[in-house]
Design a protein around this ligand. Sequence first.
Ligand SMILES: [Zn+2]
Length: 243
Amino acid sequence: MIGGLPVRALWHEAPDLLEFEAGVLDAQPGRVRLSRSAFYPGGGGQPADRGVLRWAGGEVRVVRIEADGEIVWHVLAEPVLIETSVLGMVDALFRRQMCQLHTDLHIVNALAFQAFHGALVTGAQIGDDGTARIDLDLPGADSDRVRALEPAINDAIRQDLIVGQLYVPAEAATAERGLLRSRSVSPPPQADGTIRVIEIAGLDRQACGGTHLSSTGQSPPVRILKVDNKGRHNRRIRIGLAG
Ligand SMILES: [Zn+2]
């Protein structure tokens, strides 16, 4: 039953791969399910990738990804029916900026976690305008102390720390302090029951399902644009790429 197969998630298996060939599992006018895909489907505050699919009949833009569990539809800009194999091309500039901001949010989060004794994440959203926000549970923290994290964030970027991914058993993930950083949601376990962990060498380890840089120095410096109080358990920090 090929129609029930899950898409192979190349954005996890090969995070730097932006062009890929894939077969078609199912197709309707304006949307297609592929045997494998490098398009990040969105989630955890990171928007879905953009890009195009090229096939024997032409080329069409992917406008969004609709994921229902492991069933993933690439929604197309035109009502074309794609029934042959495709070449998928992820928008490299968009992906790069998402990876920069996402990795920078990990740095912000790591430094806040250290400075404010285990502050948990209550939300995050990456924009398409070179900014991103993270909401942290920092009751009683002085906003000036939050703003003062900026030089340390840029130090971590300048040090060009290696960013890697590893998979740890779910019980070990629960036992390691700070690994599951979100107050509300955790990334779902992999099919084999392990949890994907993103490690910034010497700085941070936390469970995450998104896409990241392979080292922190691939981000331009960042600025803390704003620190807002959004309720007792919610301090909103907005950062922007400065380069
Ligand atoms: Zn992440």
